[in-house]
Design a binder for this molecule. Structure first.
Ligand code: HH2
Length: 296
């Protein structure tokens, strides 16, 4: 366990897709997605991550045109929402349009393997970059994934992708790392990665953790639907914070924000009063990133 945890940064999720595993179809209408994004900011999200293609096992690939049509209006509508915007894509053209629309973070679940143009784009624009580990590709990744030592292999992969990004001119301080919970991993793989997260943190860059509502939580809890997995999401986020993770990608921002504020204070043995109070209502409050500094 790290002695003093990082200031937790909440990355709220909006999937502008018909088929995402937990919120598919909910935010396909741009106005609904924008309102939801504003609500996530009011609840304490310092970052809003917008995605237009589901990565769940078996999800259908989406064309570039369709992905652009889904995400660009939502990013434009959130440009003044008071949070940083992240684009969850592996296509360089989508990332470029998203950066033009106000995003400053590219969240690439393929870690620059999906599009040969992505590394140069990120280097040129000087944005932040999330490199995530995935074994194989979404369609097949959950077909009996195997590792000799999952943590050592994920760590080596992330170190290699970081070297590649650096070689393309991405600045080291722009890179964040993510073990890719649920991406080509069994329940035991996910748990081992979370238990030994310090080994990923030791690579020296901010670590992003995305356990939110994922199926391994539902299975451990004896069969829970995605919306019933919030307690499991919180448990894994709090323990990941204790092990040095700094960015928490979640659907349920209000719950994660409160839990992580208290967890950080408890781990430190001291607290500071939030400058603003988060709220679960959208309209009146603009408040919010009370959870501390952002990785830079
Ligand atoms: N998980 C998902 C998508 N993008 N990005 C990062 N960096 N880390 C993650 O763990 C991660 C991610 C999958 O979750 P979700 O977006 O809710 O579902 P879907 O891919 O079905 O849209």
């Amino acid at each position: 366990m790290v002695s003093d945890p990082p200031d937790p940064v909440i990355m709220g999720v909006i999937n502008v897709t018909p088929d995402s595993f937990s919120d598919g179809g909910e935010w396909l209408d741009p106005a609904a997605a924008i309102a939801h994004g504003r609500e996530l900011v009011a609840q304490g999200a310092a970052i809003v991550d917008v995605g237009g293609e589901s990565t769940r096992p078996g999800a259908k690939p989406v064309t570039q045109q369709e992905e652009l049509r889904r995400v660009v209006p939502v990013l434009e509508g959130l440009a003044d929402a008071g949070a940083r915007l992240s684009i969850d894509t592996s296509k360089a053209t989508v990332a470029a349009a998203a950066l033009d629309a106000g995003a400053t973070i590219v969240n690439d679940v393929t870690a620059l393997r999906g599009d040969a143009e992505m590394a140069a784009l990120v280097a040129e624009r000087g944005c932040d970059l999330v490199l995530m580990h995935m074994l194989g590709e979404p369609r097949t990744m959950q077909d009996a994934p195997r590792y000799d030592d999952v943590v050592a292999e994920v760590r080596a992969f992330l170190a290699e992708r970081m070297r590649l990004a650096l070689a393309h001119g991405v600045a080291a301080e722009r890179i964040w790392l993510d073990p890719g919970i649920g991406f080509g991993k069994t329940i035991d793989h996910n748990l081992e990665l979370l238990a030994r997260l310090e080994e990923i943190v030791a690579l020296g860059r901010p670590v992003v953790v995305g356990t939110s509502r994922k199926s391994f939580l539902g299975t451990i809890m004896g069969g829970r639907e995605p919306r019933e997995r919030v307690p499991g999401t919180i448990a894994t986020n709090v323990l990941a914070l204790a092990r040095g993770a700094s960015v928490f990608r979640v659907h349920d921002v209000a719950e994660a924000r409160d839990a992580l504020l208290v967890a950080a204070a408890t781990l430190r043995g001291r607290w500071t009063a939030p400058t603003t109070t988060s709220t679960t209502t959208t309209s009146t409050t603009t408040s919010t990133t009370t959870t501390g500094s952002k990785p830079s």
